[in-house]
Design a protein around this ligand. Structure first.
Ligand code: 5AD
Ligand code: SF4
Length: 473
């Protein structure tokens, strides 16, 4: 048993990232342990978690388990959790209640609790004290050990908590079962060293560790061979890529090398304005296969609040970067994240955010009410704004964000744009895909277009999506 420790999770050493290549194995004794058995996996949170679930699925299938969508049918239930805000936490706890209920009639189910919540000291302790029926609690740093933990759980039927808070490794060679045949997530780095004062990620995901450039490029080359059209390079703060590797190689270099693999589309998330260099903007502008779309989290339009958030930029510096991107990358769409109700945010600070949104007119924004996370500096800052007031600010902001989303989409009406057709749409018998600028388009089109990048004429625009028709054959 290994329980997480908040103080260890805070620690950062200067030791270089260690790449480990032979850690993942499935012992012969358990290769068939999942024959005629099913697993289901519930994933909460960001793309990093979505991609971790693709790894976990492949590991389960390496042990002969079959995936199912329904927890009633499953022999193993996996909750891959998110800790970023209180509501993500509440959803997971609600689901845990459902699993408990199911176990009352089917007590041989194995329950696995993993992801960011497992890395939280108080949650792991709560699982130990109050949820001893949860078989495996596993952190974000040791997914590759799942076969070992599962074998032990099946044999002993005793709870095992394996969460580590100190780490400096990158594990290569973990299998992946991708959800899509056309677009793939590719990790370029793990963890984050920025320690924005509201954010739990540096504690749950640990120290920044970059993968080696050649490992990333080889993975992308393989994806090209397999017919993938799009890769999204993934990290909590991708612009800081390479800084921990002691090599003279940056995110700009990586973007260029990935573009040179000739994959049709390259995307990347998430960027921190602090590390966004001019070199990067130049490379994005230079290569047609690096998409003109950037997610650039603002968090607040008030320099005072940005300082309290530990974001390391002022409103003016952010604006300068924003305009540089817009100027150097024609038609680039920019989306953002904004938090309202951070401790100490006054009406005036909130208006700074509103003014900035009015000026920059984002293509889209993900907006949140600040949620205190235990152990983070912001969670002990004085906060005098009522929840009622914060909800009002969120509603005001969302109205504005929606207005500009529609305003930006309207520029697409009757234009022809490239769309990668990905799969069925929720809307009446249509297919869906994204433009190069990351606009969601619903299209009445033949299935033969699946997995292809086609020219689509936009026939109608809404706030969150557009309708279109294929114009070439
Ligand atoms: N409360 C509210 N929103 C948060 N985010 C991160 N931590 C918190 C928090 N404690 C938001 C930020 C980040 C996005 C992924 O989630 O806007 O960019
Ligand atoms: Fe959290 Fe800031 Fe790191 Fe993003 S850059 S993961 S907001 S600490």
């Amino acid at each position: 048993m290994n329980l997480p420790n908040l103080n260890d999770a805070r620690t950062r050493t200067k030791s270089p990232t260690i790449i480990k290549r032979d850690e993942y194995q499935v012992p012969a004794t358990i290769k068939e342990i999942g024959k005629n058995k099913y697993y289901c996996i519930y994933t909460y949170g960001c793309q990093m978690n979505v991609h971790d679930s693709e790894n976990i699925s492949a590991i389960m299938e390496d042990m002969s388990y079959t995936k199912c969508d329904d927890m009633d049918q499953a022999d193993v239930i996996i909750l891959n959790t998110c800790a970023i805000r209180e509501n993500a936490h509440n959803k997971v706890m609600g689901m845990l209640g459902r699993v408990k209920h199911l176990r009352e009639t089917k007590n041989d189910i194995i329950t696995i609790f993993c992801g960011c919540m497992a890395q939280e000291e108080t949650i792991a302790k709560e699982l130990k004290d109050k949820y001893s029926w949860v078989d495996i609690v596993m952190g974000t740093h040791n997914i590759h050990k799942l076969p070992e933990y599962l074998e032990k759980a099946i044999n002993t039927k005793k709870q095992d908590i394996e969460v580590f808070s100190i780490e400096g490794e990158v594990y290569e060679g973990i299998p992946v079962k991708r959800d899509s045949k056309y677009k793939a997530w590719v990790n370029i780095m793990y963890g984050c060293d920025k320690f924005c004062t509201y954010c739990i990620v540096p504690y749950t995901r640990g120290k920044q560790r970059s993968r080696k450039p050649e490992d990333i490029i080889n993975e992308v080359k393989e994806l090209v061979q397999e017919g993938y059209q799009e890769v999204t390079l993934l990290g909590q703060n991708v612009n800081a890529y390479g800084k921990d590797l002691n090599i003279d190689y940056t995110m700009a270099n990586l973007l260029e090398d990935v573009a040179k693999t000739n994959i049709s589309r390259v995307r990347f998330v998430t960027s921190h304005p602090w590390d966004f260099t001019l070199d990067m903007i130049e490379i994005i502008a230079k290569y047609d296969n690096i998409m003109p779309y950037i997610h650039l989290p603002l968090q607040s339009g008030s320099s005072k609040i940005l300082k309290k958030m530990g974001r390391r930029y002022t409103k003016e510096e952010y604006k300068k970067l924003f305009y540089q991107i817009k100027e150097m990358i024609p038609n680039c769409s920019i989306t953002t994240d904004i938090i309202v109700g951070f401790p100490g945010e006054t009406e005036e600070d909130f208006h700074d955010t509103i003014d900035l949104v009015n000026e920059l007119k984002y293509d889209l924004a993900y907006t949140f009410i600040y949620s205190p996370r235990e152990g983070t500096p912001a969670s002990v800052m004085e906060d005098n704004t009522s929840l009622e007031e914060k909800k009002q600010r969120l509603a005001t902001l969302n109205e504005l964000i929606n207005k500009y989303a529609l305003f930006n989409n309207q520029k697409y009406l009757h234009k022809t744009v490239p769309v990668l057709i990905e799969g069925p749409s929720d809307k009446d018998n249509k297919l869906m895909g994204y433009t190069d600028t990351m606009k969601l388009v619903n299209i009445k089109a033949d299935e033969k277009y699946l997995g292809k990048i086609v020219n689509v004429k936009i026939t109608d625009v809404k706030t969150w999506s557009m309708d279109g028709e294929v114009i070439n054959d």
